[in-house]
Design a protein around this ligand. Structure first.
Ligand code: ADP
Length: 404
């Protein structure tokens, strides 16, 4: 009996398979460039004694073909990790946008699917891919329970003073324009890990998710009270290719003076901005190399990237009225000592002092980088969104219908 976790995007499907009662995945994979000629499937098996990585270069016509490839790999006789698709009892789907109506992990019904579809205007890049993944999974694994876990759900405890924009009320009432926040599965997972690590359920935490997308959350006693992304995942921190917070007049200027269309602005701010625009790459490994070589653009890019994070730390320490730990996670947060060093520099006011040796150590896993005289813990907690989704599925199917 297994739980299959699916993260179905617009042109890719990520997956991981867990035994129903274990946190150790049996396999994981990524199906990329769906709908293009140069599709690629990477399938990795972790099962003891059968470890291997398979790479297939093959066009994947659509999501249905992608999911069929996945089901085929799970049962292919030479590398099978399950006997038949019926061995999968639960499929857990990551859904980016649950809006205000889908506020907790839920069984997927026709009504839930309609609600996810109704949110297409707010998440045009994400929710359509999720629906495709759900509909194909229903066909391929008909005996499984389908469950949706939402990236917005963790932020539903953010109070109105933090989630409303200062624009006329009708835009909230009629169009649902408000802060939703994203990466909630990750923020909740690392916050829980940090509370356990600190052995302090009432901890005041700032979680800092730095991947391709970047966001922060202020978490008090396990409840999110503020977060840096907004109506969409474009707001807040500087990201790989997204600008983060920007004066809205910049858009008006570009539209009125430079003739940019809405589509061009969307492309500019989502795909051509952030570190890519500042440093010529959106991969922090490259940019950190350029920084060490004293490349002025890379140095400025790092300054801008980390200064924005520092400002949010200041804001959230005030929102929380205290601070036990800052928690770094995701690709950059877990692996880039330079980002952590620059974020923690000149933070005496919050008693944040990083230990350079611990920061540059190659250690993995949850760890504390704070110096002995640091008042605030500086934690690194590897995120694991797939495991968090599998746990949510387990919790829901065990009959506990409360939100975690
Ligand atoms: P996402 O899940 O948002 O696609 P990840 O959490 O995998 O992203 O993070 C991707 C980012 O992590 C990339 O910008 C990559 O450069 C960065 N990254 C990964 N490993 C390292 C490393 N060793 N040093 C610096 N940055 C890293």
């Amino acid at each position: 009996m297994y739980i299959l976790v699916i993260n179905s995007g617009s042109s890719s499907i990520k997956y991981q398979l867990f035994p129903k009662d274990s946190d150790q995945p049996l396999c994981s994979g990524l199906i990329e460039r769906i709908g293009q000629d140069n599709g690629q499937v990477t399938h990795e098996i972790f099962k003891a004694g059968a470890e291997q990585r398979i790479k297939l270069d093959q066009p994947v016509k659509d999501h249905e073909a992608g999911m069929q490839t996945l089901a085929g790999l799970l049962t292919r006789p030479d590398i099978a990790v399950i006997g038949s698709p019926d061995d999968i009892v639960t499929v857990g789907h990551r859904v980016v946008h649950g809006g205000e109506t889908l506020t907790a992990t839920t069984l997927i019904t026709d009504e839930v699917k309609s609600k996810i579809k109704a949110l297409y205007p707010l998440a045009p890049l994400h929710n359509p891919g999720h629906i495709k993944g759900i509909e194909v999974a229903e066909k391929l694994f008909p005996s499984a329970t389908q469950i949706a876990v939402f990236d917005t759900a963790f932020h539903q405890t953010v109070p109105e003073k933090a989630f409303r924009y200062a624009i006329p009320d009708k835009f909230y009432q009629e169009d649902g324009i408000r802060v939703y926040g994203f990466h909630g599965i990750s923020h909740q997972y690392v916050a829980n890990e940090a509370m356990t690590w600190l052995d302090k359920p009432e901890a005041k935490l700032i979680t800092i998710h730095l991947g391709n997308g970047c966001s922060m959350a202020a978490v008090n006693t396990g409840r999110c009270i503020d977060t840096s992304m907004g109506l969409t995942p474009l707001d807040g921190l500087v990201m790989g290719t997204r600008s983060g917070t920007i004066d809205p007049s910049v858009l008006l200027y570009l539209q009125q003076q430079k003739g940019y269309s809405a589509a061009q602005l969307t492309e500019l701010l989502n795909k051509q901005s952030g570190m890519l625009a500042l440093a010529g790459s959106n991969d922090m490994r490259d940019i950190s190399k350029f920084y060490q070589e004293n490349d002025p653009a890379a140095m400025l890019a790092y300054e801008i990237y980390t200064y924005r994070i520092k400002k949010f730390i200041g804001a959230y320490a005030v929102a929380l009225n205290g601070l036990d730990a800052i928690v770094f996670t995701a690709g950059v947060g877990e692996n880039d000592p330079l980002t952590r060093e620059l974020v923690c520099r000149d933070m005496d006011i919050l008693g944040i002092y990083i230990d350079s040796a611990k920061n540059s150590s190659k250690e993995r896993g949850t760890r504390d980088l704070s110096a002995d005289d640091s008042r605030t813990h500086i934690l690194v907690v590897p995120t694991n969104e797939e495991l968090a989704i599998a746990r949510e599925c387990r919790r829901l199917t065990a009959g506990d219908h409360r939100s975690a």
